[in-house]
Design a binder for this molecule. Structure first.
Ligand SMILES: Nc1ncnc2c1ncn2[C@@H]1O[C@H](COP(=O)(O)OP(=O)(O)O)[C@@H](O)[C@H]1O
Ligand SMILES: [Mg+2]
Length: 401
């Protein structure tokens, strides 16, 4: 049988997912918006391409009507959200059309930072001390109990957008006053200085079949607020850091009850106590070139493996991972002042991937040698900062968009 996979994409991404679905023998339908019309979609891998006439794929009932219309003639097997913004929309559509996969309340665990925090804490996963912004006596009690500084963050945004560091309770009450009716869409938590890590996984039948752990060069908040170049590199294999990260990652995925798919999770190692704390988890592939980083370190491209799990699930077949590689890779990405930056002087033999995108530079470097990757990443980050970096206001979207 030929699986029919419908993909929602508010932004241009997931080309490799579509290619792999096609390669596995599926029929692919892409539903996107007019603003992605001129992007470099892999048209050969897309059987039907629909650009909806409204700009926001989350708009109801428009999106439900549109998909229902497609359903009249097409026996769609699965709906997949390629962008984080589509995760809830896809979940609502699955509920409406009674399709398998993540439903609306589970999707909250991967989109709503308060939902994921609460669930993780219930399941004994360490999280920064946090509170909702609903009941003022509870909030006052939290401020008296948990020493600052704190971060006030939107429950459902990405790329450190709208995150504010708060040093004094007065500052919090004033900010909440400014937010007015929007304040319940935020949560408050303790700011924990420390290194930030990401673990990218493939999940099949409730089990983590694959996970790779990487350390961000600088905490993403520092980068997104204009303080440096985005970088990440594989943590040392078989060491304590990798072991602890893989353990907490598994705990989080089990707590959220994910059955199948991919995740991108983030953790902080607190400088104060050396322990790992769960920061956030998404049911998607990491952005900004992280899929290429993971691929060159491990031989697993998360987009492709995600597609393979979806197709195997429709067919009722077993999913098997490709043969793994246990190498090291590093990623360096930045906005560039130049429209098409000349990166020809960046040519070390370890350079395995270059980002081709207007006003961006990006590289993946790979080696069997952990130290070599560390050296290359810090050199490249410094050179990129000097040669290309643009000082941009805090981003409205992650760098790859
Ligand atoms: N409790 C915290 N303590 C210290 N830094 C934090 C904390 N929460 C967020 N950050 C910083 O802000 C960044 C973005 O926060 P995160 O919760 O990952 O949201 P998102 O990536 O969706 O914007 C993190 O990568 C980290 O650098
Ligand atoms: Mg994050």
């Amino acid at each position: 049988m030929q699986p029919i996979i419908l993909c929602l994409a508010s932004y241009f991404k997931g080309g490799l997912f579509l290619e792999e679905c096609k390669q596995q023998g599926s029929r692919t339908i892409l539903v996107t918006t007019q603003k992605t019309e001129h992007e470099d979609w892999p048209r050969h891998a897309i059987d039907e391409f629909f650009m909806l006439p409204f700009p926001n794929l989350a708009r109801q009932p428009d999106i439900t009507y549109s998909i229902a219309y497609l359903m009249r003639e097409r026996a769609i097997d699965r709906i997949v959200a390629l962008d984080d913004y589509d995760v809830e929309t896809a979940a609502d559509l699955r509920e409406h059309f009674r399709l398998p996969g993540m439903g609306a309340s589970q999707a909250r665990f991967f989109r709503d930072k308060l939902a994921m925090r609460t669930r993780a804490a219930q399941m004994s996963v360490p999280v920064p001390a946090f509170t909702s912004v609903f009941h003022y006596p509870t909030l006052s009690d939290y401020l008296a109990r948990v020493p600052g500084p704190w971060v006030l963050k939107p429950r459902a945004e990405a790329s450190a957008m709208g995150i504010k560091k708060i040093h004094h309770p007065d500052e919090l009450w004033q900010t909440l006053g400014e937010l007015g009716d929007r304040q319940s869409y935020f949560l408050l938590e303790k700011f924990l200085p420390g290194d930030v890590f990401h673990v990218d996984s493939v999940v099949w039948q409730g089990e983590v079949r694959f996970a790779a752990a990487h350390r961000y060069g600088l905490p993403p908040m520092t980068v997104y607020h204009g303080g440096g170049v985005f970088a990440s590199s594989t943590v040392e294999h078989d060491g304590e850091v990798e072991r602890d990260l893989l353990a907490i990652n598994r705990q989080v995925i089990e707590a959220m009850g994910l059955e199948r798919g991919v995740t991108h999770a983030e953790f902080i190692r607190s400088e104060a106590d050396g322990r790992y704390y769960f920061l956030e988890i998404a049911a998607r592939v990491g952005g900004a070139g992280i899929d290429r980083l993971v691929e060159h370190a491990t031989n697993v491209n998360p987009w492709r493996e995600w597609a393979r799990t979806v197709v195997a699930d429709v067919r009722g077949e077993e999913y098997t991972l490709p043969a793994l590689r246990h190498d090291y890779a590093g990623l360096v990405v930045s906005l560039a002042r130049q429209e098409w930056p000349d990166t020809s002087t960046y040519n070390d033999p370890e350079l395995v991937w270059r980002l081709q995108k207007r006003h961006h530079v990006g590289f993946v470097l790979a080696s069997h040698d952990y130290e070599r990757v560390q050296t290359l990443v810090s050199d490249y980050a410094a050179r990129v900062a000097h040669d290309f970096s643009a000082t941009a206001p805090p981003l409205e979207r992650p760098p790859e968009e």
